[in-house]
Design a protein around this ligand. Structure first.
Ligand SMILES: [Zn+2]
Length: 112
């Protein structure tokens, strides 16, 4: 993959990172500890705890994605973005447009 082909992904990754930052801010509100003196019923307390668990899981998922995107940015800096880490062939541009943090090509992913 040439440098010219890699550069446009900076913007795609940047957009995704801002979207993740926003989602994480929203989630932060849902994961704040539920105060014990909040006068909510037993069922709604269970309900909010369940919501909190779901929010925490989403938070972890988003943080993982953010780490992979930051890695992808470093690969652009190094000029090695879009190269499959397993077989060193180019990852299809269409695949990277959908999943800019992809580190392996389709054939390697299928083989796993
Ligand atoms: Zn591969």
């Amino acid at each position: 993959m040439t440098i010219e082909q890699q550069e446009p992904f900076r913007a795609i990754i940047g957009d995704r990172l801002s979207a993740i930052a926003e989602e994480l801010t929203d989630l932060e509100q849902s994961t704040e500890a539920i105060s014990p003196d909040v006068s909510i019923g037993r069922l709604s307390r269970l309900d909010s705890m369940q919501h909190q668990q779901i929010a925490l899981a989403s938070k972890r998922r988003l943080e993982d994605e953010r780490n992979r995107l930051l890695e992808a940015q470093r690969r652009i800096d190094a000029g090695s973005y879009g190269r499959c880490l397993l077989c060193s062939s180019d990852i299809a541009i269409e695949r990277l447009e959908i999943q800019p943090d992809a580190v392996a090509c389709i054939s390697c992913m299928r083989r796993r």
